[in-house]
Structure formats: structure tokens, C-alpha cells
Design a protein around this ligand. Sequence first.
Ligand code: ADP
Length: 548
Amino acid sequence: MNPHMMDIPLLISSLIKYADRYHGDTEIVTRTVEGLIHRYNYSEAHSRSKKLANALSNIGIKHGDRVATLAWNTHRHLEIYYGVSGMGAICHTVNPRLFEDQICYIINHAEDVCLFFDLTFLPIVEKLSPQLKSIKKLVLMTDQQNMPTNTINNIICYEELIESESEDFSWPMFPENTDSSLCYTSGTTGNPKGVMYQHRTTILHSYAAVMPDALNLSARDVILPVVPMFHANAWGLPYAAALTGSKLVLPGSGMDGGSLYELFESEKVTLSAGVPTIWMGLVNHLKKEGLKFSTLKRTVIGGSAVPPAMTRTFEENYKVEVIHAWGMTEMSPLGTVSTLRNKHLPLSKKEQLSLKDKQGRAIYGVDMKIVDDDGRELPWDGKAFGELLVRGPWIINSYFKSSDFKTLKVDENKLSWFPTGDVATIDADGFMQITDRSKDVIKTGGEWISSIDLENIAVSHPDITEAAVIAVHHPKWDERPLLVAVKNEGSDIDRDKLLDFFKGKTAKWWVPDDVVFVEELPHTATGKLQKNKLREQYENYKLPTTNK
Ligand code: ADP
């Protein structure tokens, strides 16, 4: 070992220690689940995280134990992030929007010993607790005043748990490759799979996330993560905010356009982050009420492709810069961000915006390539598309407690790559563009059609709110695209008018064979279109082109 440099492990506790010491008076504001606005700062968050760590030791939580949460983005959840991981236990964020049997499966599979939950989720916990075999302690994340009287026995009140604890706690030192937090992917097919992060991977990912060409965070920012802390650690923002000393605004359960807008304005938010569905709600609210943002400068959108029309609405109508990002739970989650290079500055706004429609360039630490069905690397010409493979220090090696070691693909140079399940192109400047999920592409007469491209065209029609394109069986072509769309209230658009709209915007043979209008589309727990549901629903759909 090189003895000339300090050997200090990269631990999550160092983030909150830093934020306390150098940004102690910077605020953390929460819209609490109880309804009030809670306001404190990094120093107080640090003290309470230490009190929590003491309390956890007292109730028997040990190094390596898994501690589950069913919770919104709040200051208490933040204290659990730091208190649990900081003391050497593992913070397991469970997605409360999953089906109840999936929640049970996840908690039992992880063998969580303790469950922290918000008042919103008391009914779920009451119902599921007999089936949660490993859970020994239930902690309700509220104060004494809001503790329910008529509920299951032995629920501990969060505020009471930490109240009398000392804030004297020295964060233990341990190897940086110790497990720190756990998050299961939603598992649109099969059981959810656990992704176990480490202290080292979390810190490295946080460094990478704050860079100017990534999310560009600083101590001047006020960050409101709309992306939930139970979804890939809110894209790492609770860690990255402490690393930069940014003010944090946590929206609790208030995810509707009105509640979010109110917080954006009252707390002078400069940067936010969330999936496209959330922004659709917010933009509709702004349009309806004739509102504008006064401080919001940037918004990170990812989790699924950002419809080009949304980018233009934000940038042109609201003067908010869109940071289009791509990643996966398995990648901690950041992989690429669509930020321009110096050579792109002379381009017209229109050309710059079309670059932003791509998922973007790999951030330092992430290596990627596209390969064909035989694993041969494809050229970076922006045209050839194939399966996207990634590798890097914060990318999964194998799923938690899974004997499935075939997670990775080994290439001719004996390097291991994680197959993302995404199909993409990469252009000469390194901008990656997802053309589809490998299971969503429409395979027609030996050629592939990108469902995402067609959806983008459909939603760029002013009368269409949301659209999904799925493959339907065709006797001659094998598969053909069917467009399932939601139209705006009061619109009289019909099939032919909508299909006409595709003319000139895509190859003739890509135009969907038919359109079905529906009231709403099914979404996964993380707000993504649930195309497997639609495929099941329209499995026997008879296209009007069957005989062509
Ligand atoms: P889940 O929804 O299963 O919890 P993830 O958030 O990890 O999981 O989903 C990762 C997948 O989401 C990616 O593989 C990709 O298909 C899709 N995705 C994420 N960001 C984008 C983006 N900007 N554009 C298109 N697809 C995206």
C-alpha cells in the first residue's frame, strides 16, 4: 500500500459531518406528512441522525442489519438515511406504491429487522405486519401528538424514540466497501430484485452526480427532489445535496402540481428532479392557472424518455433548462446526462434541443457500448442500434441474495458488462439515445421499430396527453405497432386524423396500423408506462391491416 497518502475510507457519515461543519446553517425544509412545514438545518439534521444512531443501537440494531423504510421525502427519512447507514446498518427503502404482496416479498427477502413508516402507510403496515416475519420493531415516523390510539400493539413513536437520546455519537469507521443501502427494482416481470449499494459506491456516485456536466449542483442551489427517496435513493440527491451543501426542500406526500408549485415559489427552489409523469401534472397546473416560475432554473428529467414537447415547453415557455438524464437502479442510478459540449455552442437552439432529446453522454465513471445479437460492438454513428452494456464502480455486479451470477456479460477482452436491457444508438460525439427497451421494440418483417419514437410523435400532437405504442401480432409481418392514446379533455381527434399526423414525421412503414383511445394508461409504481399490461390487454387485438 502507498504510505504517502492518508488511507481514509469513503463513508456516508462523512457527508452529513461535512454538511454540518461547513454548511451547518443551510436549511432543510419539509412539507410533513402531518401537513405542516418543518424547517431546520444541516447541523440539526446531523444531531438528530446521531440521536437516531444511538436509539438504533439501544433497540438492538447491529452492523449489517437491514432497516426498512416505507416513507416519503421528509427530514425524518433523511435522518434515517444517515443514521442507519452511518452506524453501519443498511437502509432499505421500500417502494410503498408496489402491490402489497411485492412489499411483503421484498421485506421478507431482505430479512429486514426493523420498519420505519409514515402515517400514510399505517393501514398497509397494519394489514401486512403478521406476514413480515423478520421485522422485530415497527417505528411510526411521527410525533406523540399524531400517534394513533387504536392500532396494532408495540408501535414505537419516532420522536419518542430519539427524544431522550444523546447526540453524542461518533460515527464508526469501517471498510468503504461495506454495504450501506438497498433498493429493489420494480420488477415489471418476475419478482423484484435487490440492488445493494456500498459506502464507497455511494460517495463516488455523489461526486460524479454534482459535476457541472452531470446535475451541476452547488452550495448556491435549492434542490427539491420530487423523485422519491424510495426510488433509487432519489437519484442520489439526498447525498449529493449534503456533499455540496445545497438547501434541500422535501415535498412529503404532496406530489400534485399545486403543492409542488407552492413549494418551488415559497422556498425559492433552483433545481428539481423527477420522472416525466410528474412534470406533466405540474405543467398542466401552470397552464391552467397561468403561472410562471420565479426561481426555478433547471429540472432533471429521467426515469423514462423525456417527450421532446416537454423539453420545449420547459425551455421556451418557462425558461427552465431541462437536464435529460438516463440511469437505472442497478447504476446507483446515474449513467448519462444530455449536456452540450463546447463544439455544440454555435448550433441553433433547435439543433441544441434535439441533442437534448438524446439520453446523453456518459458521466466519468461510466463506460458504455452497444452490441449486436452476437455481442459484437457496433459503431458510434448515431444510426446502428443494439443492446446497451455498461460498466463502472457504481454499477451492479450481482443482485442481492441471488445466485444469478449471469447478471453480467463477459466480452472478448474478459471485461464484465451489465446488460441494461435498453436498445440504443451512440453518435460520434458520444451521445447515447435509447430507441427502446429490448422487450418493447416492435419487430416487423425482420426490422425493428422504436416504440418510443412513435410515442414522441403522438404526444407532440396538441390533442394528445399520453401515448403508448405496443407490438400486436400480425400474420404477415409478425408484429405491427398499435397506438394506445389518451386524448385531451374535449378533443374530437379521431384515428385517421391522428395517423395523418405521422405523415412526413417517420418512415411510412413505421406508422402505427391502428389507434385505440383510452381514458388512462397503466403505470408502474415508479410512474412508467406499463407496456406488458397493455400487451396482455391487446394480445388478441385484430388490426385492420391483417389482410395486407
Ligand atoms: P424501475 O422502473 O424498474 O424501478 P429503473 O428506474 O432502474 O427501474 O429503470 C431503469 C430503466 O428506465 C432504464 O433501463 C431505461 O429503460 C428507463 N429509463 C431511465 N431513464 C430514461 C431516459 N432518460 N430515457 C429513456 N428511458 C429511461
